[in-house]
Design a protein around this ligand. Sequence first.
Ligand SMILES: CC(C)(COP(=O)(O)OP(=O)(O)OC[C@H]1O[C@@H](n2cnc3c(N)ncnc32)[C@H](O)[C@@H]1OP(=O)(O)O)[C@@H](O)C(=O)NCCC(=O)NCCS
Length: 191
Amino acid sequence: MEERTLTDGTVWLSRPVESDIEAIVECCQDPAIAEWVTIPVPYGRADAEYFVRTRSAEGWAAGSPCWAIRLGEHDRLVGTVGLGVRPSDEGSAEIGYWLAAEHRRRGLMSRAIALACDFGFDSAGMGLTRIHWRAFVGNHASAAAVRAQGFRYEGLARLGSVLRGSRRDHWMAARLNTDPPGPADGWPAGV
Ligand SMILES: CC(C)(COP(=O)(O)OP(=O)(O)OC[C@H]1O[C@@H](n2cnc3c(N)ncnc32)[C@H](O)[C@@H]1OP(=O)(O)O)[C@@H](O)C(=O)NCCC(=O)NCCS
């Protein structure tokens, strides 16, 4: 898949590279990321090397882009966002992301999600029909971020996901290419 840097002038999304490995290791020491994202714990340099050299590289080759989030085109990585496509269903992708703790609550992930969705739905990008999201129950920050970008709540999957060997409930939501991008209605109270 053709690599493209996406930007709205505040955040830049580009493919993670070797020089991002140290920043990824540092960011992934944060227990708040380990609590909600299925990264290895403890998270070491070999994990970040695998992420950059294998997982992200294979993802790009297979049509599942994964971007580093930067605050300038060539700046240090402050997070990641990706769209994962299953080979059996190329019209749909799952979105996943995390952001370094010191950059949260400034609207940056909302911007990154918006850029990834625009690229995902664009016929000149991935031409997707649907982008779906799931998060372990209780991840209100993640729910707020996708809700703000037009994802509609679709339910709760009981013991639907595994986090390091332990099954947990997850929330589900999705945005279709026909849904408006702004904040979505219809989310239940408490999600
Ligand atoms: C989830 C995460 C990426 C949000 O990033 P962020 O840059 O802080 O999000 P934004 O600043 O763009 O905020 C988006 C919305 O979420 C809300 N929000 C952010 N953090 C929140 C929190 N801790 N509790 C409740 N709402 C929160 C914001 O108010 C905003 O809502 P609004 O548009 O209605 O005002 C970040 O908290 C994170 O990396 N968490 C750990 C990893 C993780 O959970 N990844 C997702 C796994 S599914």
